[in-house]
Design a protein around this ligand. Sequence first.
Ligand SMILES: NC(=O)c1ccc[n+]([C@@H]2O[C@H](COP(=O)([O-])OP(=O)(O)OC[C@H]3O[C@@H](n4cnc5c(N)ncnc54)[C@H](OP(=O)(O)O)[C@@H]3O)[C@@H](O)[C@H]2O)c1
Length: 241
Amino acid sequence: MKKILVLGSSGATGKLVVAQLLEQNVNVVAILRSTSSLPEEISSHTKLHLVRADITDLQEQDLANYLQDCTGVISCLGHNLTLKGMFGEPRLLVTDTIKKICRAVERIDSDQKIKVILMNTTGNCNHDIPEKPPLSQRVVISILRWLLPPHADNEKAANFLRLNIGQNHKQIEWAAVRPDALTDDDSVSEYNLCISPAQNAIFNAAATSRINVANFMSRLVCEDFLWNQWKGKMPVIYNRA
Ligand SMILES: NC(=O)c1ccc[n+]([C@@H]2O[C@H](COP(=O)([O-])OP(=O)(O)OC[C@H]3O[C@@H](n4cnc5c(N)ncnc54)[C@H](OP(=O)(O)O)[C@@H]3O)[C@@H](O)[C@H]2O)c1
């Protein structure tokens, strides 16, 4: 029986991930802050274990306990679009949480590998390939890196997985999913998956609906063929035009 821990489950994409996992009969552990909420049909679902906690305060051992028997973790965490969310603490919300998740996994005495899926962005490069975005994008991104802590946080989180977890970790496999400009659609539509961005992420961004991102991430934890295709990579997802 699959069990997935979801972070950022109260967010615009996180809610959709939880809903799609539950639809696929997957057990879900969702950690959310006491001030946040989930739609009633999700929060009352029998396959949902709701943990009321702030992930930034949670002790590693407590997190390890919640991760027991989990086959995957999906992080849809992102900085709230407020002054405090963008420029206040925790400035490394996503990176520090991914590191904490990995340390918590390492506390678990199990041979079963855990899939860690990070919701990332096309504004970030996969330096393993390596990618060379257009000059105009590189200039803007290097400015954003200094001006906007959330962008630097997204980059650091993916770099941690690439460089510190890598391809041969005993317990962890990972993928960083990169949507382009996020939109809100009502239903899942066809989407394209690419190894690298196909267009300028700043000046010519394409639409990626959150429900498609949620669909892809929930399929990644459920479908072995898809997982084997994308593990250790940073798939880019675009709505099919
Ligand atoms: N906007 C775009 O076009 C775009 C494109 C590509 C990628 N992305 C990335 O996609 C990710 C998710 O986007 P989204 O729009 O679905 O996110 P969102 O709706 O803003 O959700 C963010 C989630 O993170 C949680 N969170 C924020 N600050 C927190 C804190 N200090 N402690 C604990 N939890 C915290 C929120 O919980 P609360 O409900 O408790 O606040 C919420 O569950 C982000 O990393 C974003 O950078 C965005």
